[in-house]
Design a protein. Sequence first.
Length: 725
Amino acid sequence: MEVQKSKAIDNSKLDDFGRRDFMRLLGGGVIVFFSVGSPASAYQGLGQGPRGMGGMPGMGGGAADLNAYLKIGEDGKVTVFSGKIEQGQANTTALAQMAAEDLGVSLDSITMVMGDTDLCPWDMGTFGSMSIRVYGAALRSAAAEAKGILLEMAAEQLKTPKTQLSVENGVIFVTADKKTQVTFAQLAKGQKITRKLDQKPEVKPASQFTVIGKSPVRVDAGEKVTGKAKFSGDIRIQGLLYAKLLRPPAHGATLKSADTSAAEKIPGVTIVNQDGLIAVLSADPETSEKALSAIKAEFTVPEGDVTNETIFDHLLKTPPKPQQTEKKGNLADGEKSSSSVFEHTYLNGYGAHASIETHTACAKPDGDKMTVWISTQAPFTNQGEIARAVGFDSKNVRVITPFVGGGFGGKSSAPQAAEAARLAKITGKPVQVSYSRAEEFFYDGYRPAAIVKIKSGVDSAGKMCLWDYHVYYAGTRAAEQFYDVPNNLMSSYGGLFGGGANVHPFNTSTWRAPGANINVFARESQIDIMAAKAKMDPLEFRLKNTSDARMRRVLQTAAERFGYKSAVGPSRRGIGIACGIDAETYVAEIAEIQIDNGKVKVKRIVAAQDMGVVINPEGAKMQLEGCIMMGLGYTLSEELNYKGGKILTTNFGDYQLPRFSMLPEIEAVLIKNDELTAKGGGEPGIVPVGAAVGNAIFDATGARVFQMPFTPERINKAIKDMGKA
């Protein structure tokens, strides 16, 4: 592995800078603004969109879609300001590589500043696997334009046509005479240039890459392994108070009374009881915990009878009207053409994000201004939420995003930040609110419980004729049809968020690849069922029914690397295959399992992924491996327990994440496809895991399990029911 280093600004140290300091901070240099297009358009198919848009901070407003700021300083160093954040996926490193490649500088000359609402341009948030494929593409374009501007300036200074100049490591020189040169630093010194090129330059082709496609040590490696990395809970400010808040015992509960007299007697404790906000604060978290436990509170708790067992009947009682898409052919004709018709229902319950870092925020008041450090995926959205909570203008609220210890969609919302800001305003002192693990589970925006019903048909030649797809409360992400079905219809009920209906007993939100996991589980299970009925090998059936070249390639590559042998299921080998598309990336996975008394042990998974140009191969492989490991959680063990609005899951003893003992042998294969620009890598690998394991369970036992997670109880019941059939 190459040892190259870039830098990332420690945002926890930037509190001395504000809007008035923005241009002073930049100093002289070449400044390039650029846009990534409409934020709303980038969100099509994701089931979510921006809740608010602001202008370019420090620039007197600007287009809401300005999404990056690139500065070449007087010293030749390059600073990239981005509203994206770093939550462990190393996009800081990959983005720095993209900027360095098209600017023509070394990676160690790049400094990334991310997720600071005073220093960075507006951004919708870090999710949807868009950092590289959307923002990164715009960053490359801006870097190419900046290089073009510098080439124009160098041509004027060196009195040489631009076509006769070359760029290498921040130096522009005459191609035929390398000694005749000028550096980026010399060109940028003492001036701010906002000139535009007459023609937009092209980014580098893959054949000329020198930085992209390499795997340098990630930018944050040193800080992470030495413990120097700062997260929101590591922020320390003079006079900081640690707050603990009175919480209800169930969602929908209302407070009847609260006696804080005993807590008030504890030395060093401040009590806040204002507008429904009841909190205890002190200079150390242990004292705050002690004071909170001293409060005697009574709540009215609504009766709730919805549980894991009854939720799906509840959701199907009054579903919203369906939104129909992908209509092709005629379903009745498809059914007539089918020699066999299959109808099945697939289920998945609520899932928690369970990030290693709980929701944390630290708020520092300064008159009518507020600085808040947040573990968040959406600093600009949170900025507006905080401003409304404290009654400030948004421009007077600064959000700084340190490192984020995992988000998976669960940290797009940051209610703890509004709480910390309110308490800071009331007390006039800096305040930290850090959720306990029980609070984290209680206030999570869970992955919605969802249902998929499929009616499909296949003819006597093993060709699909019918696909009638109904999805409830998961949206249609990754459900799009890539199989060659002449009669096809997709119906979505409620989308990802219930279509505005209050159907869930508590809050739901986006969970890594929102909705895609159950959609692919349902589709790929149904495909396997049809293959078995047609007496065809599952891989052969898929290849027979898709002409999509990229999908065929990932399937064939995964099979080749796995050493796959053709067999009609159930072959009793315990091998399952599944494929999917997410974030414009194609992926196929083959899982090998063994089962002991209903308990699944995943022995091996081979995954082949086509994500276009691969920016950082090691980083991409780590993302794919991480997706697979996290995917084993939703597949085998992760399930929220509740009764009505009362959350019974309070810690990891009740919510089993994948353990190291569950780790299979994983082979991550990245397919070279430089014909396509870089696509998403943070989520696609998680999408087929449930389907691949579910199909392997069928192959091993002959029993089909239609609900995730595949617990021993559900597997044993499926085997028992098969024996009764």
